[in-house]
Design a protein around this ligand. Structure first.
Ligand code: KPL
Length: 305
């Protein structure tokens, strides 16, 4: 596992509790030392699990022998994480990238990675409450798939990953059109995340604020137009879908609002920023996404990539 953020901690704790023996890589020595002392503490609706004592290291050489590497860093940290780990990945391993947005697709495709890689799109709810302390925000679905036809060995590893995640209590499945699923989630995130920052509210509340609801619909339509112009097959009604996700995750604090509240860099450039960037290349106008990008950035400086 690379990156002890909300999803990384949730997966590490679940995999540990399922007896899979994960190891975690963190670039931050102070946090790694804390996690080694404290363990990873996963709170769920039924109560708080015993601390998962997962070995945490800052040395990528310790990840070198892994069959499976779950890359859970945020999109802006992807390049530096890949710089650190890629030279150490054995050709037989599988790298699974679980970032939000779609910018990681370009980064991964452009790199000559020594091993196979696949994408994961997860709607698993996870709230990071402090270093190594994560609260499950409700069960979701984690979909996994290859962008390019895999070798039989990589294909088997992905099947084994799906089985492993299911054993660890997550709902996981392969999806034959993972890029479409990535765009679907991106469009939903475009409509929800920045608005929860601007209105400082849980997801469900956005539907009760008329201006927010209008902005959500407009941002989603713009993002859907960019997806369609990029040749992506979309859900029938992306606005209805985004509103349904808002209802399903009504009490959730979006990942972007969590980042703002904890003073962390956000994924705004990988979400609304990516739509604006691609729209520029395609000659499309996305004024609402640009407005959301600008407004969310005012709440916190985020990296430009
Ligand atoms: O993916 C999410 C996020 O917070 O990043 C949603 C679906 C909006 C759930 O909170």
């Amino acid at each position: 596992m690379v990156g002890p953020g909300a999803l990384g901690c949730l997966l590490a704790a679940r995999l540990h509790l399922a007896g899979a023996g994960p190891a975690l890589l963190d670039h931050d020595p102070a946090r790694a030392a804390l996690l080694n002392r404290q363990g990873i503490i996963l709170a769920e609706a039924g109560g708080v699990n015993p601390a998962a004592v997962v070995p945490v290291s800052t040395d990528p050489a310790t990840v070198g022998g892994a069959d499976l590497v779950l890359l859970c860093v945020k999109a802006p940290a992807l390049n530096s994480a890949l710089d650190a780990i890629a030279p150490l990945l054995p050709p037989s391993s599988l790298l699974l990238a679980l970032q939000n947005g779609i910018s990681h697709l370009e980064i991964l495709s452009a790199r000559k990675l020594p091993c196979a890689w696949a994408l994961g799109v997860s709607t698993e709810g996870a709230n990071l409450q402090g270093p190594g302390r994560v609260r499950s925000g409700g069960a979701g679905l984690t979909e996994l798939g290859f962008v390019q036809p895999p070798t039989p060995a990589a294909d088997q590893l992905l099947n084994a990953t799906v089985a492993l995640l299911n054993r660890a209590g997550l709902r996981a499945a392969r999806h034959p059109e993972i890029i479409g699923r990535l765009w679907r989630k991106l469009i939903i995130n475009c409509g929800i995340n920045a608005l929860t920052v601007i209105h400082d509210c849980p997801n469900g509340r956005l539907l009760e604020i008329p201006a927010a609801r209008r902005a959500m619909a407009a941002a989603v339509r713009e993002a859907a137009a960019v997806a369609a112009a990029s040749g992506i097959n979309l859900p029938d009604d992306p606005v209805a879908l985004t509103e349904a996700i808002c209802r399903q995750t009504a009490t959730n604090i979006s990942s972007m609002l969590q980042d703002i509240r904890q003073g962390r860099a956000t994924e705004i450039m990988a979400i609304n920023g990516e739509i604006v960037r691609r729209a520029g290349q395609l000659g499309l106008a996305t004024p609402v996404n640009l407005e959301l990008l600008t407004a969310a950035q005012l709440h916190h400086r985020s990296p430009t990539r």
